[in-house]
Design a protein around this ligand. Structure first.
Ligand code: ADP
Ligand code: ASP
Ligand code: MG
Length: 448
């Protein structure tokens, strides 16, 4: 059994739904098809939720109406028969009735999650109606019945596996299952989600839970490129990546993959393929345990980073000091990405500043605290990159004109990270592209 996940642009137009109906019927292998919301929908739902939060109900109503119109136009083009159209209309009516009801309820975090869940429910239900019209046999699976996160907001493959297998057992003869990415239930039994871009994570978790032969992530680009194609011209797709390389790239900002989407596949050694719905013949990127080459593969960047420096000439050399500092972050469930130390100070970076004020207050017990917001981590990724000849020299030669605030080298064999100001990001990515991906810095083929 395999998993095929289609992202927002891959389901965003009626003709794209037709295209993916062909892709999922290309072979006879049993499959779970994981769908995102139509492109733009989750953004609009976020805006609706923000309007409610600000008690701007009239604005929320306008946003809901505009979104509903978008779906009305979508279904007219999606299906041909009156029967299918009426079914699609009923689905749209049901979900927009819900959105109109929430206009009368006061904002809460749980309500926000309910609003955000509408996108994947709509897209998967409409796709199911479309498949029925095309006489493509399938079952629609409610992700809320099997995709769960625990009290720490972490998904557990074991729990998902038990629930999903029970559900699948009911349909022994079904080849195609269609479900929703992104949405889940939390430990309180409420609707929740796996954070933005979370459908990739759903796909990988499902692949792990069913022991899939492959987890295919179908998107709008022909695989993982060696740099951010939105910022740098002439980026190239990478044919193979190891799980470690892909995980580093995803975590450090390559938007094509959700930051946490690699570990479930890696844990169960399930190959992940990144494929292009617009060019299904393109090779894409294959992510496996041993990608068979070393050296610099790609560069990615992660924004909205906050750097925190704690200075304490008196205490830094004392043992136990770092523990105390890290405990503050642990207490506020805020993970640290980069760390550097000197004799008098320690600098760390975080990407979640929800508890920043409280963290600073507690850190001030140990020294003076300086905070720099709006930083970017630029990561240079590749297997055994730190053992690559002259790699640091190439990196620093390439970006010699850009001030670097922190460097992380040696923490992982697959990653070198630099912290720079956000405003220098585009230039840094472009310069690194020139400096690292010229002919002589091609990844070195492994001779093993
Ligand atoms: P989907 O809706 O299919 O999940 P996303 O928009 O989340 O698609 O991810 C695909 C996009 O990621 C691409 O269109 C591209 O602009 C962006 N992207 C950023 N970095 C990379 C990279 N290194 N390689 C490929 N795509 C990238
Ligand atoms: N629809 C969600 C989002 O836009 C999840 C996803 O597309 O992966 O973030
Ligand atoms: Mg995505």
């Amino acid at each position: 059994m395999k998993v095929m996940k289609f992202g927002g642009t891959s389901v965003g137009k009626p003709e794209r739904m037709l295209a993916i109906s062909k892709l999922i019927t290309n072979d006879d292998e049993k499959k779970i098809v994981v769908l995102s919301a139509l492109s733009g929908t989750t953004n609009t739902l976020t805006e609706i939720s923000n309007s409610l939060f600000k008690s701007e109900r009239a604005v929320a109503r306008q946003q809901i109406d505009a979104l509903e119109q978008h779906y009305q136009n979508f279904i007219i083009k999606l299906v041909q028969s009156e029967e299918a159209y009426n079914k699609a209309k009923a689905v749209v009516a049901e979900h927009f009735e819900f959105l109109n009801i929430i206009l009368k309820i006061s904002y809460s975090d749980a309500l926000n999650k309910d609003i955000l869940a509408q996108g994947e429910l709509l897209s998967s239900k409409l796709f199911s109606i479309f498949l029925n019209e095309q006489h493509i046999a399938h079952e629609w699976l409610p992700a809320l019945d099997f995709m769960t996160i625990d009290a720490e907001d972490e998904p557990q493959v074991g729990t998902i596996k038990v629930k999903l297998s029970q559900l699948l057992k009911k349909y022994p003869d079904t080849t195609i299952f269609v479900t929703q990415g992104y949405i889940c239930k939390n430990a309180r039994g409420e609707v929740d989600n796996l954070k933005r871009g979370g459908s990739d994570y759903s796909a990988s978790l499902i692949a792990a839970a069913i022991g899939a032969t492959v987890c295919e992530i179908w998107t709008d680009i022909d695989g993982m490129h060696n740099n951010d194609p939105r910022i740098v011209e002439d980026t190239r797709p990478i044919e193979q990546l190891s799980f470690e390389e892909a995980a580093e790239l995803a975590y450090f900002g390559a938007k094509i993959l959700h930051p946490a989407s690699i570990w479930p596949a890696q844990m169960f050694n399930i190959p992940v393929k990144l494929l292009n719905t617009m060019h299904p013949q393109a090779k894409g990127t294959l992510i496996i345990s041993d990608a068979g080459s070393t050296g610099v593969k790609a560069v990615a960047a992660k924004d909205y980073i906050t750097a925190i420096k704690i200075k304490s000439s008196r205490m830094l050399l004392a043992y136990g000091f770092l523990r105390k500092i890290f405990e503050v972050f642990e207490k506020y469930r805020t993970s640290i990405d980069m760390v550097t130390t000197s004799e008098v100070a320690v600098s760390v970076t975080i990407d979640n500043d929800i508890y920043l004020k409280r963290i600073i207050k507690e850190l001030e017990l140990y020294g003076t605290v300086e905070v720099d917001a709006n930083q970017t981590i630029v990561s240079i990724v590749g297997n055994e990159i730190t053992e690559t000849e002259n790699v640091m020299q190439k990196i620093f030669d390439a970006i010699s004109s850009i001030p670097v605030r922190m460097v992380s080298y040696g923490g992982s064999k697959h990653n070198i990270s630099l912290l720079i100001a956000k405003e220098d990001k585009n230039k840094a990515l472009q310069l690194l592209n020139r400096g690292l991906f010229s002919q002589e810095s091609e990844p070195v083929k492994d001779e093993r």
